[in-house]
Write a protein that binds this ligand. Structure first.
Ligand SMILES: C[S@@+](CC[C@H](N)C(=O)[O-])C[C@H]1O[C@@H](n2cnc3c(N)ncnc32)[C@H](O)[C@@H]1O
Length: 202
C-alpha cells in the first residue's frame, strides 16, 4: 500500500497535477528530509511521476539520500539552491516548494519565485506555501543553523494575506488557502499560519 505522507496540502496539488495532460515530471525545491519523515517527493513517485529535488542543506540531503537508498526509491534529489535552480528553462510541468521558501529573506524569495517560473513549462502548475504574518513563531534562527549559514537569514519571512500575490503576475492562481494550524508536535501544542498557493503559468 502507498505510504501516506504528512504534507497533506500536497495532495490537493497532486490532484490538480493529475488533472492535466502534461508529462508527469515534478521538481521539489527544498526537498530534503528531516527526522524520520520520508522526502515528500515520495508521494509523487508513488503516483508514477519522474521526480527531481534540490536541497541546500547537507543534513536534509543526507537524510533524503539515506531514505532513497534504504528503500530503493530513486527520487533524484541533488544538492542545489532554489535561488539558482540547476535546470534549463521550461523543463518541468510541475514544481513545488513545501515548508521551505520562508527560511529565506524576502529578496531571495522573490528570486526563487522567478526561478520556479523560469523552469516551469507554459501551462505548468506550481505549489508554494508562505508563512503568514499571523504565525506566532518569532524566534531568531541559530547563528550556526543552516538558514543563517547558507541563506543569510535571521528569522522566518512572513507575508500578509495578499502580499505574495505579486510573485504570481504571470500565473493564474488556481487556489489560495490560508491555513491556521493548531496541533500536537513532539508532545507540545503549537500554532502555525500558512498561505498556500497553487498556480498555473500563463
Ligand atoms: C522545514 S524543511 C522542509 C523539507 C521538506 N520540504 C519537507 O516538507 O519535509 C525546509 C527545507 O528547505 C531547504 N531550503 C531552504 N532554502 C533552500 C534553498 N534556497 N534551496 C534549496 N533548499 C532550501 C532547507 O535546507 C530545508 O531542508
Amino acid at each position: 500500500m502507498d505510504e501516506i505522507i504528512w504534507a497533506t496540502p500536497l495532495y490537493e496539488f497532486l490532484r490538480q497535477c493529475n488533472s492535466t495532460s502534461l508529462d508527469r515530471t515534478v521538481l521539489d525545491c527544498g526537498a530534503g528530509s528531516h527526522g524520520d519523515r520520508p522526502p515528500p517527493l515520495l508521494l509523487f513517485y508513488q503516483q508514477g511521476y519522474v521526480t527531481y529535488g534540490i536541497e541546500i542543506a547537507e543534513d536534509g540531503l543526507a537524510n533524503a539520500h539515506e531514505f532513497c537508498i534504504e528503500n530503493d526509491k530513486p527520487l533524484n534529489i541533488l544538492r542545489g539552491d532554489m535561488r539558482r535552480i540547476p535546470f534549463a528553462d521550461r523543463v518541468f510541468g510541475f514544481v513545488y516548494s513545501y515548508n521551505a521558501i520562508f527560511f529565506m529573506t524576502k529578496a531571495d524569495i522573490a528570486l526563487s519565485m522567478r526561478e520556479i517560473e523560469r523552469v516551469l513549462k507554459t501551462g505548468g502548475i506550481c505549489f508554494v506555501n508562505f508563512l503568514s504574518v499571523d504565525d506566532p513563531d518569532r524566534r531568531p534562527f541559530r547563528g550556526n543553523g543552516f538558514a543563517a549559514r547558507l541563506l543569510g537569514s535571521k528569522h522566518f519571512s512572513r507575508h500578509r494575506n495578499d502580499e505574495a500575490d505579486v510573485y504570481f503576475k504571470n500565473f493564474e492562481i488556481l487556489r489560495k488557502e490560508k491555513r491556521l494550524v493548531d496541533k500536537l508536535y513532539e508532545g507540545k501544542r503549537i500554532k502555525q499560519a500558512y498561505i498556500d498557493y497553487i498556480a498555473r503559468k500563463y
